[in-house]
Design a protein around this ligand. Structure first.
Ligand SMILES: C[S@@+](CC[C@H](N)C(=O)[O-])C[C@H]1O[C@@H](n2cnc3c(N)ncnc32)[C@H](O)[C@@H]1O
Length: 293
């Protein structure tokens, strides 16, 4: 999936909102827990399901077009925002729709990195967060490996019509789909999401792909890592080295992480392409001096 982010439309009739009004838009998107409907009729999805493949791993997921049709039945504003994003080839509308219907290419990078399990993560005992999950492919991988998973996306309709059906589609024996009780789903802006989680709500692993394109949101992500990682927890950030048109990228995010004083980070994977946009995975852990026993 290509990354366009053609933010500067140059169209004087539709000026881009400035940063403070965008932040107000984000602040309005309060966190809510979305409870899965386990009676979802998966038979209705027959023929509308696609397969995400990464090496030997196969994850079934609802086609973006189908989820979009469902969203159109309940939320016209969001449908319009998605259509506008498509028309402008921008892939998202900041503060309204953040690109959750697509599966972005850094998701494949992170899965390819995680599958050989270089850090010996024990998913059976791990609590995992898929932050900015969209289709939820990363979280579903962790869930299929035995983890308890919290999925978070900006748009609750994305969770309802895409992420949750995708989790259900990948439960082997879906007689009553009770296994989904090992998952939680939250919509809303990262700041509000962090406030909604209880004090002791900590995660061994935070997975996040293509979520650092907007530097205005970096402090929210860093705060989430600081407040939500366990003592030995690891956050993996898969992203482009640089996001043309918006200014965000790995070096700027790395600086924000390091400047927090509480976290440290290392690039654990880099794409080998000599042409086109480079991609990376950043591994973020707690700074040893700030680990309180
Ligand atoms: C480009 S999509 C990536 C989706 C998915 N991780 C992938 O790689 O396919 C960015 C995701 O980040 C989330 N996101 C972006 N800004 C956010 C914000 N301010 N608060 C909460 N979520 C946000 C959206 O939910 C969206 O799904």
């Amino acid at each position: 999936m290509s990354f366009k982010f053609n933010f500067s439309s140059g169209d004087k009739n539709s000026p881009e909102p400035d940063e403070s009004s965008k932040q107000m838009e984000y602040a309005k998107c309060e966190c809510t827990e979305v409870i899965p409907n386990i009676k979802l009729d998966l038979n209705n999805l027959a023929g509308k399901v696609k397969m995400f493949v990464c090496g030997d791993l196969e994850i079934g997921h609802v086609a973006a077009k189908e989820a979009m049709l469902q969203i159109g039945t309940v939320d016209n504003d969001l449908q319009n925002a998605i259509e506008l994003a498509e028309k402008k080839h921008s892939d998202l509308e900041p503060g309204k729709y953040e690109g959750g219907l697509k599966i972005w290419e850094c998701t494949s990078d992170l899965l390819s990195y995680l599958i050989p399990n270089p850090d010996d993560i024990n998913y059976e005992t791990a609590k995992v967060m898929d932050l900015g999950c969209g289709a939820g492919i990363l979280g579903i991988y962790a869930f299929m490996s035995g983890a308890r998973v919290t999925f978070q996306d900006y748009n609750k309709e994305v969770l309802k019509f895409l992420t949750i059906p995708n989790v259900l589609l990948n439960i082997d024996d879906c007689e009553n789909c009770q296994d989904i009780k090992n998952c939680k789903f939250y919509s809303g802006d990262w700041e509000s999401f962090n406030m909604k989680l209880g004090d002791g709500e900590l995660y061994d692993v935070i997975l996040t792909s293509e979520t650092i394109y907007n530097p205005a949101n970096y402090s929210k992500l860093v705060q989430l890592f600081i407040q939500r990682l366990t003592k030995d927890g690891i956050a993996y950030v898969a992203a482009k080295t640089y996001y043309f048109g918006v200014g965000g990228g790995m070096r700027q995010f790395e600086t924000e992480v390091t400047n927090s004083g509480m976290l440290k980070c290392v690039v654990c994977w880099k794409s080998q392409n000599t042409e086109g946009i480079q991609r990376e995975i950043l591994k973020v852990t707690r700074n040893d001096i700030f680990v309180i026993e």
